[in-house]
Design a protein around this ligand. Structure first.
Ligand code: ZN
Length: 323
């Protein structure tokens, strides 16, 4: 996703969108670049300063308790290896979508992605046609040559590459396959099916790529889960893993899996009231969005019954030791 500062996004002039997303069952959000910042600096010292500031600001401020991993610089022509070293030493752990800046050629992106990787910075590449006026096309050959850690919005954001090229990316690359809400839905289904056919469901992660021209979707991840499970006919429990454990492993998060020593980040869900399905997983496979009954982040209850999802049939009750 694309944060700016605080719980505000200028893309749709909206306040409180991160807190709203927590009500949609999201406990950690990962920046693919603070690209919507009005007047975003594109000179090298400016883009580094912005990345460090964004990383610090969201480290110090958690809307709704959500962990926002921000500070994802958009790389520009002229950057040298020492820039990546400096960013890493300053605490920057992500690159914004490669291709949103002036680095659009495969050979150039490849060199910078490798420098980033050398210093422990994870990279994501924009895939497909331009998102908004001013951005550009990144085709399959550039994606393959750049070899970023995450094939960002493989189903386009919104304009997708041809379905055959997307399937080719799944096959020829070994990198993570990010499928997003603000993309082409038909190709989203094709990409998920291709990953399963290639026996690499562990590479699939879900995102929103929001805020976007299509809006801000607090239920974006749950909508992706319901869409892939129902229309692509993938078992709901597997699709939930795309959004949780896979993301945790690929993004090296301390949450997303239930294991001793990990952060106590939980989303308690049930089938929405009056869903015709008997249980949560069956309801998702019918295409229904589940009801969130409680969200806990770092062991603290951040919300009870969600204000955004359809109401859950059963919700958890805190019986003792409440904060
Ligand atoms: Zn993009």
């Amino acid at each position: 996703m694309h944060p700016v500062f605080g719980d505000w996004t200028p893309r749709q002039g909206q306040l409180g969108w991160i807190d709203s997303t927590m009500h949609g069952g999201v406990t950690t959000m990962i920046s693919a670049g603070e690209v919507h910042l009005p007047g975003r600096p594109k000179d090298i010292v400016g883009l580094k300063a912005l990345a460090i500031t964004a990383q610090r600001a969201f480290d110090n401020f958690r809307p709704g308790g959500v962990k926002v991993l921000a500070g994802a610089p958009v790389i520009e022509k002229g950057m040298v290896e020492s820039d990546f070293k400096e960013l890493a030493e300053a605490g920057v752990g992500l690159l914004g979508e490669v291709g949103l800046g002036s680095v659009k050629a495969g050979y150039e992106a490849k060199e910078m992605v490798a420098w980033a990787r050398k210093y422990g910075i994870q990279s994501t590449i924009h895939t497909g046609g331009p998102s908004i006026p001013g951005s550009g096309l990144i085709d399959k050959d550039v994606v393959l040559e750049a070899d970023a850690d995450v094939i960002g919005h493989i189903n386009g954001g919104h304009t997708s590459l041809p379905e055959a090229h997307v399937c080719e990316l799944c096959e020829k690359s070994s990198r993570a396959i990010e499928i997003v809400h603000n993309g082409n839905e038909k190709v989203a289904i094709a990409a998920a099916k291709a990953a399963l056919e290639l026996k690499c469901p562990h590479r699939v992660i879900l995102g929103t790529d929001g805020p976007a021209g299509s809006g801000v979707q607090p239920l974006g991840i749950l909508r992706m889960v319901a869409m892939l499970s129902s229309i692509a006919n993938i078992p709901a429990e597997l699709v939930f893993c795309f959004a949780t454990g896979n993301t945790a492993k690929i993004r090296k998060l301390n949450c997303g899996l239930v294991e001793v020593g990990r952060a106590a980040d939980f989303v308690f869900m049930d089938r929405a009231q009056h869903s015709p399905a008997p249980g949560l997983l069956e309801s998702v496979q019918l295409g229904d969005i589940p009801g969130v009954g409680m969200v806990m982040i770092d062991g603290i209850v951040r919300c009870g019954r969600s204000r955004n999802t359809p109401p859950a049939t059963e919700i958890p009750v805190v019986v003792s030791g409440a904060h």
